[in-house]
Design a protein. Sequence first.
Length: 321
Amino acid sequence: MPAMRAPTSARCSLVVNGQTLRVSPGDTSLETALADGVIAPMQGLHGSVLMGQAAAPAARRLTVRARRAESPTVSAPDATPLIHPAKAPARALLRRTGTVEVVTALAPRILQLVVVLDKRLAFEPGDQVCLTLEGGRPVTLAPTLSVEGGAELNELVFHLRGECPEDMEALFGAVPVPGLPVKAKGPLGHGTYRPGGGRLVLVAAETGFAGIWAIARAARYIEPAREICLVAGARDPLDLYMRPALEWLRATGVNRITLAADRHRQRPPDVRPGPLTAHVPTLRTTDAVHASGCASTVGAVEVLAAAAGARFYPIPVPPGA
């Protein structure tokens, strides 16, 4: 029966399930029935207590309250998901030595650095390694492939900013000339490619395409049926050096490829204007989003992924790289 509030001036008697109850001022018939064991609380889902008939006895009498508290309200939890960059399990760090093999130009302001190791360093697409040139400082970078897709098992290939090897001295603390000894440590980072699970959304800003290219190429071999959406951008359209790689992806069935550049100078017809993040597709909860580039770009894509509830895997590029 519905809960009835007893008069505040006197006690009254009620009959519930054939039993007479004496209701005190300030109590409801439901509270009295629970206290006298006429009805008992029943365990609900997730340990919550539901009120209804059950065999278990209840406490004899609830403390009489002079004034009933406000009716409880139930509020839904905050629907905004709390998203953190997904982290890969801890892995053993490997250390290798080697030498700089060659530095070549990919675009007017983009260079390719190839390091030959004495022994192969095992890593997955999207991983990073810590590279230290002799006499220089450690720098964490994402190894990749050449834009044509080639690399030897004992090679580390990097895409870096600069017009000549001397431009990379500010980054490494040393000039990467052929034959210069190097040390490598890895794998590092949380941007590792993970097969399976929804659409693969890849976002690359300038030399951030290095890690994204490694992921995209691996995905075409491992999951040829998986949907891929790739967005690559640069401040200047002349720095969009990745066209040979994009042509290979189109030939293997990747149709959602977008190029973007902030500056309009010499912008080809297939390059869209505006910032890179303006061209990221509407994300879905089931997407796996990998973003690589400067901190501002990676952070902006992370916000988009969090708003959609998508998984996010960052591959940061250090300043100057």
